[in-house]
Design a protein around this ligand. Structure first.
Ligand code: URA
Length: 436
């Protein structure tokens, strides 16, 4: 077999066999197929697409390229959740304890922030002492004993995807639905869950900006899951504005805790309940999402879900006192309000710009080496469809060490992120579609 023939076959729109895909991925992983041939192949896929058979083979080949986690020592159906990423998305911190409290084991491997704001691990590390590094046995034991654990993903998970993704990043081939779908699913499959709930974000702050593209991506991922015997459902949720009000690590922990205590932001609670309902159904703990929701609402109301978070934090050596008394979480030394220049209604909030503003204040990494300040970030005061008068506060910046020029830049970003119109703006849907 020769890489050049495979590239040509794909360039001309033909379907590749399982053997050809294996040859490419294994050869590339071993360094036998050079970057320039793999780039040409990725570009051919970008234009010609892939069939679901091809996407399935690619996913499995990448999943097999490194460590594969065996979750079989954990009893029950293990359900994972994956979000395609958004600003203010702290649902994992709500879902892990909530779903575990309902009896579905959550063995979750998460990532750090790739984009502007911190990832789930960074958020959890804003709790003093919280460790995301557990040995395999500690991880499995914790899930069996507590019901939930959230740890960092092994450095050798789907290394073929890591290498290919880095190449796609610099060859303008990231935005291909079969390549994104196989990239995401290869990591989920390597992480070992029996079933997967996907939260595919759509809108200005999401990877997929249009509903059509988001649905196509969701369908491709559900199709892969079905092909490889992992029950998968996808919820398409709104990312035309950040989720909740807080953007920044400790600010997001605070909001997740408030949600688990039954008094969090409406949108975060709703998205969490919908995703958790699907996790309960896939985990065999409810027959329908309606039945699941009743159980979950009771777990929030009774405090059982919050208790589960406390158990998980204690098991991972975090300071439980900080989530019992949220004022003990890292904070900011000063705040600055960002005011509206005009009156009207909030038509949209550019989520990406809000994420960049939070990063400029120190909540995310500008470079790989940047050190995150857990206490800083942004709290939104106005959200889409809210009425605003000139001089009203749109958002609050939480500041520690950021220089005046960074604060100024963040303020400008926040102002630009808000678009205010004269006409009243209806509330937008939170959930657009379900793909099964
Ligand atoms: N996230 C991933 O993990 N892979 C992609 O290709 C795109 C986003």
């Amino acid at each position: 077999m020769r890489a050049v023939d495979i590239i040509q076959k794909k360039r001309d729109g033909h379907e590749l066999s399982a053997e050809e895909i294996t040859f490419l991925i294994q050869g590339y992983s071993r360094g036998e197929i050079p970057d320039y041939q793999m780039s040409a192949w990725a570009m051919a896929v970008y234009f010609q697409g892939m069939t679901s058979q091809e996407t399935g083979h690619l996913t499995m080949e990448m999943a097999k390229s490194g460590d594969q986690v065996d979750l079989s020592p954990i009893e029950g159906i293990k359900v994972d959740k994956h979000s395609t990423g958004g600003v203010g998305d702290k649902t994992t911190i709500v879902l892990a304890p909530l779903v575990a409290a309902a009896g579905v084991p959550v063995a979750k491997m998460s990532g750090r922030g790739l984009g502007h704001t911190g990832g789930t691990l960074d958020k959890l590390e804003s709790i003093s002492g919280f460790t995301i590094e557990l040995s395999r046995d500690e991880f499995l034991n914790q899930v069996n004993e507590v019901g939930a654990a959230v740890i960092g993903q092994s450095g050798n998970m789907a290394p073929a995807d890591k290498k290919l993704y880095a190449l796609r990043d610099v060859t303008s081939t990231v935005n291909s639905i079969p390549l994104i779908a196989s990239s995401v699913m290869s990591k989920k499959i390597a992480a070992g869950a029996d079933a997967i709930v996907l939260d595919v974000k759509t809108g200005s702050g999401a990877f997929m900006k249009t509903l059509d593209d988001s649905i196509r991506l969701a369908e491709a991922m559900v199709d892969i899951g079905t092909h490889v015997g992992r029950d998968t459902v996808a919820v398409i949720s709104d990312m035309d504005q950040p989720l909740g009000f807080g953007i920044g690590n400790a600010l997001e922990i605070k909001e997740a805790v408030e949600t688990l205590q039954g008094n969090g932001p409406e949108d975060l609670e709703e998205v969490s309940l919908i995703l958790a309902s699907h996790m309960l159904v896939l985990g065999g703990k409810a027959k329908t999402v309606e039945e699941a929701r009743v159980v979950l609402e009771e777990l929030l109301r009774s405090g059982a879900a919050f208790d589960k978070l406390k158990q998980m934090v204690a098991a991972q050596h975090g300071d439980v006192g900080q989530i019992e008394d949220l004022s003990k979480l890292p904070g900011a030394s000063r705040t600055l309000e960002v005011k509206a220049d005009t009156s009207g209604y909030v038509a949209s909030i550019e989520a990406e710009a809000i994420g960049i503003a939070a990063m400029l204040l120190g909540a995310g990494r500008e470079t790989k080496e940047s050190v995150i300040d857990y206490g800083v970030g942004v709290t939104l005061v106005k959200k889409v469809s809210d009425e605003v008068k000139a001089g009203d506060t749109l958002a609050v910046m939480h500041i520690n060490e950021a220089s005046e020029s960074k604060v100024q830049e963040a303020e400008n970003k926040l102002k630009q992120a808000y678009s205010i119109t004269d006409a009243a703006v209806p509330k937008q849907p939170l959930i657009y579609a379900l793909v099964t």
